[in-house]
Design a binder for this molecule. Structure first.
Ligand code: GDP
Ligand code: MN
Length: 442
């Protein structure tokens, strides 16, 4: 469970909420930012601070292994592959195929990234249109995401579009299985406008998803009596997949009933808990860095916990809790953080230089706040690293530091004697005010 200290600062960090929690924002009790994954203070600081995302086709392959019914289909990286798969599906008796953009974001249907074809020629045409396009959805941001893979799948004759999801409720510490008749649309909107349309079953970890709970949900979805036992098996398979893969989210939207009454996962989204990914080498290889922010990929090479945000003040901090508090106090001072960067407890000069490079590659950055509490990372060592990096990289944006802890006086002396233009704040509050002023006049 995440908590944010010191206590007089808001535990809710608005910049992170927008960036990382968009898919969970709607869920749970009033404080929304506590309901989703945030960088884990217990993690070594060496891992990826975000849950690991995978593509729909990968999620479906995993779910199929657990007995979850998914439409027949395969991934295509080229137009030739797309054509071959479509030909095969039609030859095997499909009445149509759906061509689906594979990107790490939802809302593809509305953005033109999901198209149903009745013939192979039509499928080829759609594949041509979608492969390589920049798909913009409500989850990609306005810059969109380039489509580099397609999923070619047999179409289903949809009767009803429903919703299923499993997430961790951080308040009760239990998983919650959710189901709704309002499938196929943005569940965030459903949750905000008609929360009563989402049915929830809280799962006791010692028991797992009880069959009575699965039945309750199946009835709440208005499934036919003949569909109930298949639905119960479906839900329990989903739950088993969640547990055994150490997922942080499993979402099926839409979960459909077909005209012949069969049940299918028409879409599938799984994210994994990054703190458990070391237990799953077979899942770790599913990471697709082409889908991730290039700066974040770069940072992960140097074991830096970096998340890009939209503001103008770059932060360099040691420790995830301090990073959260720093972002909060920047907001309180009237600024907005450009990133979350945790250099970890034992950062080397090399890491600090790379951290600077990453911060400076963000064109929005107008000032840098370095907020370090020297423990294992001694303040004099940090100061040496900062001075070296500032010289090597010819940093021109203003740098404000707030330093405390082991060898702090030595650290301050190194900064002063460098002759470079650093500003030092005595307290976090003062440093935040200094950096906000520096950014607005840069
Ligand atoms: P998303 O928009 O990124 O969530 O992508 P989805 O996989 O959920 O697809 C969006 C919508 O396309 C679904 O809600 C369906 O209405 C439609 N769709 C997807 N697959 C099929 C299919 O096989 N047949 C039909 N008729 N519609 C489909
Ligand atoms: Mn969907």
């Amino acid at each position: 469970m995440w908590f944010c200290e010191p206590a007089d600062l808001s535990p809710v960090c608005p910049p992170l909420a927008g960036k990382i929690l968009f898919e969970y924002r709607w869920y749970g009790p009033p404080a929304p930012a506590t309901a989703g994954p945030v960088p884990n203070p217990q993690s070594s600081g060496r891992g990826d601070p975000k849950p690991m995302k995978i593509h729909e086709y990968q999620a479906k392959e995993i779910l199929a292994k657990y007995g979850v019914a998914v439409p027949r289909g395969e991934v295509a990286n080229t137009l030739e592959e797309a054509s071959t798969i479509a030909r095969k599906l039609f030859a095997e008796g499909a009445s149509g195929v759906v061509v689906k953009a594979q990107i790490h974001a939802g809302g593809r249907g509305k953005g033109g990234g999901v198209k149903v074809a009745r013939t192979r020629e039509e499928a080829e045409l759609y594949a041509q249109q979608i492969l390589g396009m920049t798909l913009v959805t409500h989850q990609t941001g306005p810059q969109g995401q380039k489509v580099q893979r397609l999923l070619i799948e047999e179409t289903a004759s949809i009767d009803r579009e429903l919703y299923l999801g499993i997430v961790l409720d951080r308040v009760t510490g239990k998983l919650v299985f959710m189901a709704s008749q309002a499938g196929g649309m943005e569940i965030e909107v459903v949750a905000a406008k008609t929360p009563e349309a989402i049915f929830k079953e809280s799962i006791d970890p010692a028991i797992g998803l009880g069959s009575w709970q699965a039945r309750k949900l199946a009835f709440a979805l208005g499934l036919k009596p003949t569909q109930i036992s298949a639905a119960v098996a479906f839900f329990q398979s989903l739950y088993k997949a969640y547990i055994e893969t150490d997922a942080s989210l499993v979402e099926i939207n839409p979960f459909i009933t077909a005209k012949d009454d069969k049940l299918f996962a028409l879409d599938a989204k799984i994210t994994f808990d990054d703190n458990a990914i070391f237990r799953h080498p077979e899942l770790k290889v599913l990471r697709d860095t082409a889908e991730e922010d290039p700066l974040e990929v770069e940072a992960s090479k140097y074991a830096l916990n970096y998340i890009k945000l939209d503001g103008s003040i770059a932060c360099m901090v040691n420790g995830a809790g301090l990073a959260m508090a720093t972002m909060d106090i920047i907001q309180y001072a009237g600024g907005s953080p450009a990133n979350f960067l945790d250099v970890g407890g034992s950062a080397t000069q090399d890491q600090i230089e790379h951290a600077f490079e990453i911060l400076l590659s963000d064109a929005n950055v107008k000032a840098i706040l370095i907020n370090i509490f020297g423990g294992i990372l001694r303040v004099d060592r940090l100061a040496t690293g900062v001075v070296a990096a500032a010289r090597n990289l010819k940093i021109s944006v203003p740098i404000v530091l707030r330093l405390e802890g082991t060898n702090v006086n030595e650290g301050r002396r190194i900064l002063k004697e460098s002759g470079l233009n650093f500003q030092v704040g005595e307290t976090m509050k003062e440093a935040a005010e200094l950096v906000v002023r520096a950014a607005s006049s840069y």
